[in-house]
Design a protein around this ligand. Structure first.
Ligand code: ADP
Ligand code: ADP
Length: 217
């Protein structure tokens, strides 16, 4: 589903964020990406969704070769991927429903279908009763769940999350992980970066560890 072969990423200033990364994630798998701050976790996730481009090496996501992907093909790649990044843009001038429907506004679904999709996604993350709420009134965990609903509303086959529990208490963090688990159980391929040692110590899923831009495990 996702494969990297000898991938390197040098940022323009010459910093080598990733060195010779080779990995493969199967369809339907759930994998954690761990590593210290600055290890290259965000960079690796950004390469998958073509926010950043590799300096060298090969990346395949689904059937698509990311390194060779034309700029105009990026939206098609992302139709298949749900992204939860830290610099999440929540729009505070509209309610939860209106935030979650955003990715569907570029599709040609009719209003009824959009509403059904939004409610199905809110239901999956346990926020169905909050669709009319103002996002400012949500707790940290609820905001994160809203972002997950927005990331899955177009039914992607891959979900990618960058430190989704970073700013949450451990109770909320467990709720969020249960939400990802539930998507994985219906066949979604899930890749989550985290430095939560407690979670990493107890998970039954595969853990890929990055250290200074290289895979340690
Ligand atoms: P992590 O997510 O593990 O904290 P990152 O992928 O964010 O690691 O960063 C890896 C390294 O690349 C860090 O040293 C960081 O400073 C550097 N880096 C990240 N983004 C950029 C950028 N846009 N330009 C230059 N250097 C960057
Ligand atoms: P509906 O009730 O409209 O048929 P589902 O219960 O199938 O919807 O799915 C509800 C929501 O859960 C979807 O909008 C999507 O966000 C998410 N979802 C369900 N299955 C998948 C899947 N295989 N891949 C990605 N997301 C999914």
């Amino acid at each position: 589903m996702i494969s990297f072969t000898d991938v390197c990423k040098l940022y323009p200033e010459g910093y080598e964020a990733l060195k010779n990364i080779t990995l493969s994630i199967e369809q339907g798998e759930q994998v954690f990406l761990s590593g210290h701050s600055g290890a290259g976790k965000s960079t690796l996730l950004k390469l998958i969704v073509a926010i950043e481009r590799p300096t060298s090496g090969n990346i395949v996501v689904g059937q698509q070769n990311i390194a060779a992907l034309k700029r105009s093909a990026i939206p098609y790649l992302r139709r298949n991927i749900g992204m939860i990044f830290q610099e999440q843009k929540i729009l505070y001038d509209r309610n939860v429903f209106a935030n979650v429907v955003l990715p569907l506004q570029v599709t040609n679904f009719d209003t009824k279908t959009r509403a059904a999709r939004v409610r199905a996604a809110l239901d999956k993350v346990g926020l169905l009763n909050k669709e009319k709420a103002d996002p400012i009134t949500l707790s940290g965990g609820e905001k994160q769940r809203m972002c997950i609903a927005r990331a899955v509303v177009h039914r992607p086959t891959i979900l990618i999350a960058d430190e989704p529990t970073a700013n949450l208490d451990s109770n909320y963090a467990q709720d969020i992980m249960a939400v990802f688990e539930s998507f994985n159980q219906v066949g979604v391929t899930v890749l989550i970066s985290t430095h939560d040692e407690q979670l990493l110590g107890t998970t039954s899923h595969r853990v890929l560890e990055l250290g200074h831009g290289q895979l340690v495990t």
